[in-house]
Write a protein that binds this ligand. Structure first.
Ligand SMILES: Cc1cc2nc3c(=O)[nH]c(=O)nc-3n(C[C@H](O)[C@H](O)[C@H](O)COP(=O)(O)O)c2cc1C
Length: 187
């Protein structure tokens, strides 16, 4: 079976733990490759909020790209993927994606995902939201992307922070129809 490739972007937002838990979950799934693009902002947030080296998170991915390398595989639509998630997604990354700037590999890969009509999921983290943020979310939604804020749910009766993170990551995998057991479903 040809492995499915998922492009995973991490940008400079609070809660880089979301990206770590997501990559860890993907690593445990058969037949799924993760292609990670981590912005400089994400690296800073990992250092400040997780107190670890970014390489500890990078080591969870199948392949890691330099965000400045515009010649890397995810910059081309001919590199076949099932889509892209940006987790977490900063308002700066959201703005760049909404504006189609393609100014670094993360934004270019998201641009490619939209133009190829593949699934793009943005786990946008900011609160409260300005009208600029909301309008950028609208633009990406109209272009076919999905805005998936890491809003906590309690129907699965979380007991730990990890339970809350796993719920968000499971909701992302649901968007790609990838089976998982990251949280107990409502039934
Ligand atoms: C510790 C820390 C936490 C941050 N949290 C957020 C956040 O939650 N949401 C956000 O949009 N920006 C946040 N920022 C600001 C972004 O990192 C900054 O706008 C950066 O330029 C984003 O660029 P990037 O998306 O290319 O990584 C944070 C910055 C730091 C240092």
């Amino acid at each position: 079976m040809t492995p499915r490739r998922l492009v995973v972007g991490m940008s400079g937002s609070s809660a880089p733990q979301l990206g770590e838990v997501f990559l860890r979950a993907c690593r445990d799934l058969d037949g799924l490759e993760t292609h990670l693009v981590m912005s400089r902002g994400a690296r800073r947030c990992i250092e400040l909020e997780m107190g670890v080296e970014p390489s500890a998170v990078e080591s969870l991915a199948t392949t890691v790209y330099d965000p400045a390398d515009m010649g890397a595989a995810p910059s081309s639509g001919s590199f076949l993927t099932i889509g892209m998630v940006v987790i977490p997604c900063s308002m700066a990354a959201l703005a760049g994606i909404a504006a189609g700037t393609a100014s670094d590999l993360l934004r270019r890969a998201a641009d490619v995902t939209l133009k190829e009509r593949r699934r793009l999921v943005l786990v946008t983290r900011e609160t409260p939201l300005s009208l600029i943020h909301i309008r950028n979310m609208e633009t990406v939604t109209l272009a076919g992307g999905t805005i998936l804020p890491p809003a906590p749910a309690f129907y699965h009766q979380p007991e730990t922070i990890d339970d809350l993170l796993r719920h968000v990551c499971g909701k992302v995998l649901d968007q790609f129809a990838i089976p998982h057991d990251l949280f107990r479903r409502w039934s």
